[in-house]
Design a protein around this ligand. Structure first.
Ligand SMILES: Cc1cc2nc3c(=O)[nH]c(=O)nc-3n(C[C@H](O)[C@H](O)[C@H](O)COP(=O)(O)OP(=O)(O)OC[C@H]3O[C@@H](n4cnc5c(N)ncnc54)[C@H](O)[C@@H]3O)c2cc1C
Length: 227
């Protein structure tokens, strides 16, 4: 375990993706250790902070976050910061961790793609072989962060990418919320996979319950609920 409780990072780039912003941060000194799928508490100098999942894989020197801004107290602050700001990262935590499972299904919507990106990038970088599915929902294509990157992973056979847009009709996309019916159209042997789900509690727990009703063992479902 790290001796350090806090790690100082400098914001080096900020870009907008729909209602969210992507923040790229580099360590000032020591890098935080984490496993793909984990989160840290991100705080400012005044000690105001919230937990955020890491989008980047552990192999990268920098850290990426994808955060819906102007939601409440901390994200109003994050919405205004500029490149050069120094932020603190806590030690990493969280149990929705990828442990080299060879058959995995990732299910998420909106900024819940963040920990899935860390895992998928880790799989791609390490050339892990297996059968991987990503069910990813966003309101519109403009809100769908990392779409081109995910397409490239699907193009070279790393993931089976199933995107859905709930507020826009486009060829090649579902136009509905993720459901057990949608998952079963793509995966016949549900019980053979490990499931990773991230997002609002209501969304992730309703899908978890349906998976269990359909024969998936509880121990094969890893959930990160965001309240
Ligand atoms: C493990 C974990 C990982 C997370 N990862 C991410 C991530 O990668 N990306 C991301 O975008 N988010 C993530 N979150 C959510 C994040 O931690 C914050 O909860 C979120 O950014 C909102 O913080 P805030 O300070 O802006 O809102 P807060 O001020 O804490 O407000 C929280 C909610 O209350 C509402 N609210 C605030 N004030 C009022 C009021 N006066 N009256 C009524 N309602 C009010 C807000 O609209 C908001 O919905 C994660 C959460 C967890 C638990």
């Amino acid at each position: 375990m790290d001796g350090n409780l806090n790690f100082e990072y400098e914001v080096k780039a900020i870009s907008s993706i729909g209602r969210a912003k992507k923040f790229v941060l580099f360590p000032l000194k020591e890098k935080v250790n984490f496993k793909p799928g984990q989160f840290v508490k991100l705080s400012n100098k005044q000690g105001l902070g919230r937990p955020y999942s890491i989008c980047s894989p552990p192999e990268w020197q920098h850290i990426e976050f994808l955060i819906n801004v102007n939601v409440g107290e901390f994200t109003n602050y994050l919405g205004k910061i500029e490149v050069g700001e120094i932020l603190n990262l806590s030690r990493a935590a969280g149990h929705m961790v990828y442990n080299k499972e060879e058959k995995a299904v990732f299910i998420t919507g909106g900024t819940g793609i963040a920990p899935m990106m860390s895992i998928i990038r880790h799989i791609a970088l390490n050339k892990f072989e297996g059968e991987f599915y990503l069910f990813y929902s966003a309101r519109t294509l403009n809100d769908m962060a990392f779409y081109e990157e995910l397409l490239s992973y699907s193009g070279i056979g790393i993931i089976n990418f199933v995107p859905t847009l709930t507020r826009e009709k486009l060829a090649g996309f579902y136009n509905e919320r993720i459901s057990i019916d949608m998952i079963e159209k793509h995966i016949k042997n549900l019980e053979e996979f490990t499931y990773f789900m991230c997002g609002k509690n209501q969304f992730v727990f309703s899908i978890r319950d349906k998976l269990i009703e359909n024969g998936v063992d509880k121990s094969s479902i890893k959930v990160e609920g965001w309240g």
